[in-house]
Design a protein around this ligand. Structure first.
Ligand code: IPE
Ligand code: IPE
Ligand code: MG
Length: 249
């Protein structure tokens, strides 16, 4: 029996965010090159997206490349950017078949032109799809995003189109790259580390956190379903008491 059958489909997280980590260590453990781990990691992305669509998940965000990842050896950065091009190109027909809409968040202007164009083509092609929305966080970091939002707000105040007293949480949210995307309910990090690495710091304020030692290339359908079952055992109190939640006060 698959863990899938144990999931309560009426209380799915609306949005799952994933820090896919451990590609390099997975490859190293087998005496292989880090790039082999990244290639196998693409297979995991495909499997996890398929698993998400199979249960009707609305939003899945995957931390694909961080602002800080630009500091990796040039050769690895190049290989990752090339892998993105080939993976997006190859996966687009299946995204169409599975009714998946692709979106991207991050400082996309930093991406090499070929990566940016391939990404944009896929975003355009899949824009009318109504199933799962897959969000790739690319050249993304929370501090970059928050700094950019603050700059936008400061400019609006400066030109008198916004008053400082009108800056609410909603206004801040609407200046982030994730505007129109609900906050994640569940964060999954693979690869054993228990840190956020500059990912969605504002948006994860009330997310349930699920850390697993499994390296990303080994994280497939059943692992996703296991994380969702963990989520479904949590009581989300949002600052209230347990009694208030149970008796819906
Ligand atoms: C995650 O795997 C993929 C990216 C960050 C692009 P890593 O490449 O970080 O793998 P480890 O953490 O070194 O094992
Ligand atoms: C986080 O993984 C970034 C992505 C998954 C894209 P890292 O491997 O870069 O994180 P750190 O450096 O171990 O915190
Ligand atoms: Mg890592």
């Amino acid at each position: 029996m698959s863990l899938k059958d144990k999931i309560d489909l009426s209380s799915l997280p609306q949005h799952i965010a994933v820090i896919m980590d451990g590609n390099g260590r997975w490859a190293k453990a087998q005496g292989k090159d880090r790039s082999f781990g990244h290639q196998e990691g693409v297979v995991s992305v495909r499997k996890v997206v398929e698993a998400a669509t199979a249960i009707g998940l609305k939003y899945l965000t995957i931390y694909t490349f961080s602002t800080e990842n630009w500091s990796r050896p040039l050769e690895e950065v190049r290989a990752l950017m090339d892998l993105l091009v080939s993976a997006i190109y190859k996966e687009t027909p299946d995204l169409m078949k599975n009714n998946v809409r692709l979106m991207a968040i991050g400082n996309l202007s930093q991406l090499p032109e070929k990566t940016r164009v391939t990404l944009q083509d896929c975003i355009d092609q899949t824009s009318a799809n109504t199933g799962t929305t897959l969000v790739l966080a690319l050249s993304y970091s929370s501090r970059w995003e928050l700094t950019d939002a603050i700059r936008q707000l400061a400019e609006k105040v400066n030109e008198n189109s916004l008053h400082p007293e009108d800056i609410t949480e909603l206004v801040v949210s609407n200046h982030l790259t994730t505007r129109n995307i609900p906050d994640p309910d569940l964060l999954i990090r693979t690869g054993g580390e228990k840190r956020l690495s500059n990912f969605l710091l504002w948006q994860l304020s009330y997310a349930e956190l699920y850390f697993t030692d499994v390296y990303w290339p080994d994280f497939r359908e059943e692992e996703l379903y296991g994380a969702i079952l963990y989520y479904q055992q949590r009581e989300r109190r949002f600052g209230k008491t347990s009694e208030q939640i149970i008796y819906k006060q």
